[in-house]
Write a protein that binds this ligand. Structure first.
Ligand code: NG1
Ligand code: MG
Length: 522
């Protein structure tokens, strides 16, 4: 799956059959609006989709593998480029949005030496700028520090709902970085490079995120989910679901509870990133020999539960003369127990308690863990967070094993018995329980959507993405889709005051779609 981002010759290369008609209308509109705004034709369109995560929630930033898939909804950037750099010291970006009432146009004169992003102001073009900055850094690594960008005219059309758990941000950042690379003469953009730069770039917008969304957005291939691993390096491969009758579908349902990480980061997302890193440091201090340093890794705070995991078992194997290597699943089972025995404080740990265990001062603790992205907490729930992460990493492996391990899954050429589907579904339901109870990232509305769906025939239902609102995902056989939709309409959406447009967008059946692509106009 590695290699360059593909060029699409037609929309058929990008979208599933069922989306072609509506996408055709949308693309025509985008290109004609571009012409009328800028007075000339766009040169190309860069495209990156949103994603839904099937299983593996809140473990990417602990560097455990996850299983998302790309959806049809995406970010499109129609772009034209001035052939020459404008000025010696700056270049110009004109950027507009098809939804101009909500996302007003901007013109920036950007000095070459500083792409400033004010992450405290939540502005839609910040996502473009962060992709731009990442791309500029990459171009400079390749072509030298005085590489100059060309001026660009851009028109954006995004269909991934913002704050909905489907990763509009990663779609936008990836499409932006891709656009800047293409506009500046990089005709072959390597997928791994693009993903890595999009991951780092997105952190510039104020969220200390993992790398799942950007990987799913860039690498996905039609018809398959994506198994993404982050350690020892970023890799992605397709995973297939069994062909069954009735077909297994994924339904995505919005809760319409807006979850804005930029506002709630200090008590939600960014706090979890800190708690997981602290748990890794604490377990290392207590369980590994004194003075053991965890390897620096690509996790947001440079230290991860996966890094602890690797170090712990490497030391164990080293010190024991006998025993065969444990499988990764066995290791994770052991870690779930170890976390329970070691991290005993249900009520959480204070800064003082953690600093004492790490043998550092509280100031040093703050400097290492909470200075870049501030968090608000008096206690850190290391026990619950570590239990979730190890347990969830294990569920991902079990889910994958169901699909690929000869249990009647795709590779065994069968599957789809009610029993098999129930096993897949149970893993998703367990994820939801763990997200709700141990990780505390669900909300009553998502819990309710899941309960309604299960009663109406979903095999497995859970939140998807960061949580605290946003979207939910449900594994439903095709012959129960209508029943599940009706149940939500009657029992959940009827209570809300929704516009027709919202009602229309509330629930989608999602087929795994393609990742990033470039389309040359004309
Ligand atoms: P959302 O907020 O749904 O895009 C976030 C993170 C992911 C991952 C999930 C939870 C960003 C860009 N993405 O997704 O990396 O940690 O939450 O599994 O912040
Ligand atoms: Mg996001």
């Amino acid at each position: 799956m590695a290699g360059p981002v593909p060029y699409a010759r037609s929309l058929q290369d990008i979208y599933n059959q069922d989306a072609l008609a509506s996408q055709g209308v949308r693309w025509n509109h985008l290109l004609s609006r571009f012409q009328s705004i800028y007075g000339h034709q766009a040169d190309f369109v860069s495209r990156s989709p949103g994603r839904v995560n099937i299983i593996g929630e809140h473990i990417d930033y602990s560097l455990y593998s996850v299983l998302p898939m790309a959806i049809t909804a995406d970010a499109l950037l129609a772009v034209s480029t001035d052939t020459k750099p404008t000025k010696e010291s700056a270049f110009k970006v004109q950027i507009a949005n098809v939804q101009d009432a909500k996302f007003p146009s901007h013109e920036f004169e950007i000095p070459y030496d500083a792409v400033d992003i004010d992450a405290t102001v939540h502005e839609w073009t910040n996502y473009f700028k962060s992709g731009l900055r990442g791309a500029l850094e990459l171009l400079r690594r390749k072509h030298g520090a005085d590489f100059k960008l060309k001026s660009m005219q851009i028109l954006m059309d995004g269909t991934v709902p913002a704050g909905g758990g489907l990763s509009s941000s990663a779609a936008f950042v990836s499409a932006s970085a891709l656009a800047v690379m293409i506009a500046n003469g990089e005709t072959e953009v390597d997928k791994t490079e693009l993903t890595e730069l999009a991951i780092v770039s997105e952190r510039a917008v104020g969220v200390n995120s993992g790398g799942m969304d950007q990987s799913a957005s860039v690498f996905s291939e039609r018809g398959s989910a994506l198994f993404v691993s982050f350690s020892p390096k970023l890799t992605a491969r397709p995973v297939y679901f069994p062909k069954t009758d009735p077909e297994l579908t994924f339904l995505i349902a919005q809760s319409f509870v807006a979850a804005d990480k930029h506002v709630t980061g200090p008590i939600h997302y960014n706090l979890r990133v800190v708690e997981c890193s602290l748990a890794a440091a604490y377990l290392n201090a207590v369980l590994n020999p004194p003075g053991t340093q965890l390897p620096g890794d690509s996790a947001p705070l440079g230290i991860s539960l996966h890094g602890f995991h690797e170090t712990y078992f490497a030391l164990q194997e080293h010190s024991s003369a006998t025993t065969a290597r444990k499988t990764e699943s066995e290791q994770l089972e052991e870690l779930v127990r170890l976390a329970e025995q070691t991290l005993t404080k249900e009520e959480g740990y204070t800064r003082e308690e953690i600093a004492a265990a790490l043998n550092i001062s509280v100031d040093e603790l703050d400097a290492r863990f909470t200075s870049r992205f501030p968090v608000r907490a008096s206690r850190f729930k290391l026990r619950q967070r570590a239990q979730h992460v190890f347990g969830e990493a294990l569920r991902v492996l079990r889910f994958l094993d169901q699909l690929e391990g000869g249990h009647g899954g795709a590779s065994a050429g069968g599957g789809g018995t009610a029993e098999y589907n129930a096993r897949l579904g149970a893993l998703l339901n367990d994820t939801q329980d763990s997200c709700r109870d141990a990780y505390e990232c669900s909300c009553p509305e998502i819990d309710e959507l899941c309960a309604i769906a299960r009663r109406a025939g979903s095999y497995g239902s859970r939140l998807t993405g960061a949580g605290w609102g946003g979207c939910s995902v449900h594994l439903v056989p095709a012959d129960r889709v209508a029943a599940v939709r009706e149940a939500w309409a009657a029992e959940y959406y009827a209570k809300m005051d929704l516009t027709d447009e919202q009602k229309e967008a509330a629930v989608v059946v999602s087929r795994p779609g393609n990742g990033s692509a470039v389309y040359l106009v004309g």
